[in-house]
Design a protein around this ligand. Structure first.
Ligand SMILES: CC(=O)SCCNC(=O)CCNC(=O)[C@H](O)C(C)(C)COP(=O)(O)OP(=O)(O)OC[C@H]1O[C@@H](n2cnc3c(N)ncnc32)[C@H](O)[C@@H]1OP(=O)(O)O
Length: 183
């Protein structure tokens, strides 16, 4: 597919207030509820990017850094961070918004992989994606390593077949050279 889209074109923002039936015994937002909200938000970003139906292929990472209390205003922001052939990574940032004091706390982030599918649920090619901001560029660059890690963890790739992940553990040539010089 020749079409290329910007990361910003997939931006999706969902704002919700935490209701009592969504909380745990500590009266904070239940983790599973948040995961479902993140999945919904991310799936809209993925569909916006590829203009196709999408399915969640994997949840690569989720962090719970700060509790979100009952009555809290939760803002989810998601964008496609990298497009591959038929799959794409979507990054979701979650904020606890205090509309009265005009403060926002970054509470969570999640990284999802979606696959575009046709009417028979077969993967289909998607447009490429151009990162523009510094953050989009950083996330885009690291996404290939996360994809390899996710494929390894799901048994779809052998660790030795990874390319980008292996580079993280390889010593740079100049370090090797300076060690040789010291001998
Ligand atoms: C249990 C649930 O309810 S999950 C929630 C809803 N999700 C679903 O129902 C999805 C169920 N799964 C599926 O339909 C299929 O497994 C699919 C569509 C995700 C993948 O189909 P496959 O026939 O395995 O396709 P294939 O091996 O070609 O993979 C398609 C793409 O997904 C990527 N992919 C598949 N699994 C993963 C994974 N765990 N992590 C990262 N990428 C993945 C592949 O690398 C490939 O990407 P690329 O084409 O961009 O390089």
């Amino acid at each position: 597919m020749a079409k290329v889209k910007k990361a910003s074109e997939s931006l999706t923002i969902m704002t919700n207030i935490v209701l009592p039936n969504e909380t745990n015994s500590l009266r904070n937002l239940f983790g599973g509820e948040l995961l479902a909200k993140m999945d919904r938000c991310a799936s809209i970003s993925a569909a916006r990017h590829c203009e196709r139906r999408v399915v969640t292929a994997s949840v690569n990472h989720v962090s719970f850094n700060h509790p979100i209390p009952e009555g809290g205003v939760v803002v989810l922001e998601s964008k496609v961070s990298r497009a591959f052939s038929t799959s794409m990574e979507v990054y979701v940032d979650v904020w606890l918004d205090d509309p009265i004091n005009q403060k926002k706390i970054h509470t969570n982030e999640g990284i999802y992989t979606f696959v575009a599918v046709d009417e028979f649920n077969r993967p289909i090619p998607i447009p490429d994606m151009i990162p523009e901001t510094e953050e989009e560029k950083l996330r885009h660059a690291a996404a290939i390593r996360r994809k390899e890690l996710s494929l390894i963890l799901s048994g779809r790739m052998k660790p030795l077949d990874s390319v980008e992940l292996k580079k993280l553990f390889q010593e740079p040539e100049e370090t090797k050279d300076s060690k040789k010089d010291k001998k």
